[in-house]
Write a protein that binds this ligand. Sequence first.
Ligand code: HEC
Length: 105
Amino acid sequence: MQTRTVALLATLLLSCGVHAADAPPPATIPAVPLKPVTLPDDANKPLLLRACAVCHPIEMVVQRKRPVEEWERQVARMVGFGAVASEAEQDRIIDYLERWFSQSP
Ligand code: HEC
């Protein structure tokens, strides 16, 4: 690689850093200890496992209960990260999480 190309790449990398405040959080999986979780069986469970156990263990998703608004927000964030689920599938995933892992008010 030519010196000029290397310099250009370095400049590009640096300019990405300048805009880091606008970018989504870095997509790294935090290394936190996970407690084992039992996922209740229902029609949407296979979909949850297919879409949400790709980048991190499914345990990481359901470590704690969350209000449904937060599930909606998290599923949208994950789609932004590259989770593969159609709108209808996202709804079914949110239904599952709301049904089994939602905070009581
Ligand atoms: C393309 C990779 C990817 C897929 C697929 C994915 N996630 Fe994630 N997820 C991440 C990353 C990276 C993090 C950690 C960084 C973060 O939370 O910003 C994370 C963290 C999480 C967290 C913890 C957030 C917190 O702050 O406590 C939840 C909950 C979660 N994911 C839910 C889901 C659900 C639900 C799905 C399925 C719709 C899903 N994930 C699919 C990449 C993914």
